[in-house]
Design a protein around this ligand. Sequence first.
Ligand code: LRH
Ligand code: MN
Ligand code: MN
Length: 406
Amino acid sequence: MIDRAYALFEEQQQARGINLDLVKQKLQQLRIETPSWGYGDSGTRFKVYQKNGVPRTPLEKMEDAAQVHALTGLAPSVAIHIPWDKVEDYGKLRSHAESLGLRIGAVNPNLFQDDDYMLGSVTNSDAIIRRKATNHLLECVDIAKETGSRDISLWFADGTNYPGQGHIRKRKAWMYEALEELYKKLIPQMRMLIEYKSFEPAFYHTDLADWGMAYQMAMKLGPQAEVLVDTGHHAQGTNVEHIVAYLIDEKRLGGFHFNARKYADDDLIVGSMNPYELFLIFYQIISASEDQDASIVQTVNNIAYMIDQSHNIEQKIPAMIRSVLNVQTQFAKALLVNHAEVEAAQARNDVLGAEDAVRQAYECDVTPLLHMIREEQHLPLNPMKAYLEGSYDQAIQVRGKGGASW
Ligand code: LRH
Ligand code: MN
Ligand code: MN
């Protein structure tokens, strides 16, 4: 059945001029990092509904993440957030992760949950608070060394609610000062990823509000600083794939936080709202991966695909499985774009022809391809079904309610 469906799919793709061996090879290389905070009792701005069976410790978050990886083969690393995942011994957290077939991914400092940071962390007008915040950034480099992590992933809630509340240019200088201190502490194989967000929790100005600000900071800091694009962090209607193409071309796209949004930074299951946007992001990335310029290809190869979602009503492990699978589906579809066809249409200024060549790939049903990939990797054909029918969910119920928040 799988073989028959795949044979037909192969025939159709060959007719479109697609080399499926290459497509399969790229699909097998896809890796998506899941966030520890997506397994805990997280939420949005409102009530956090406590769920039964939620991990009580960072170690248990790793165990849940290991399920997602075991069933999908796609998620071998887990991003951590400090202090949400603070432990006495990071070496132990690392070896626990490794014993589960995982590794620890990006280390995310948290500078938005301490009362001291009400008016800003690294951009606070009080030098003592700025020092405290910068020290936390430095501490995260030490943690990353222990966990074997490459990336320090930075998001700042810093901003103001009213005109005049803060000195915007002074705050810009303080931001740079802190980032520079952090940058100097990075070891050569580390990177810092600078995330931006247009608004929230600050509603008048945010110190790093868009990709241009993050990019300019990265440029001033040096080659180990890159930009992180969180798909939910733009104004409505922003062309995110354009930003992606631009940053790749400037060799400063370090990674993604994937999530879906309808209104603002909604942190919903990836691909649940606008899967075409996700497809178009991958279309840009895959097109750049075929560039003649080796440094562009290297940038693409180093992009960290991470999920940043939080669940206030969803079951956490299934929600993560759904996101990871949705990323894989859109990635697979984007691999089916015939770039030569798009370029030929561009060359003859065939607007509709070019659009059609891109959209055609999106409209392909990639189920036979994904089934074949999973069968070849001895994975369940339907990972979600396998999880829901398996015994893990039942087994974790003994954890009870009141697990770790975030
Ligand atoms: C807040 C946020 C941000 C960070 C995450 C930890 O907006 O979602 O995207 O990366 O919290
Ligand atoms: Mn994010
Ligand atoms: Mn966010």
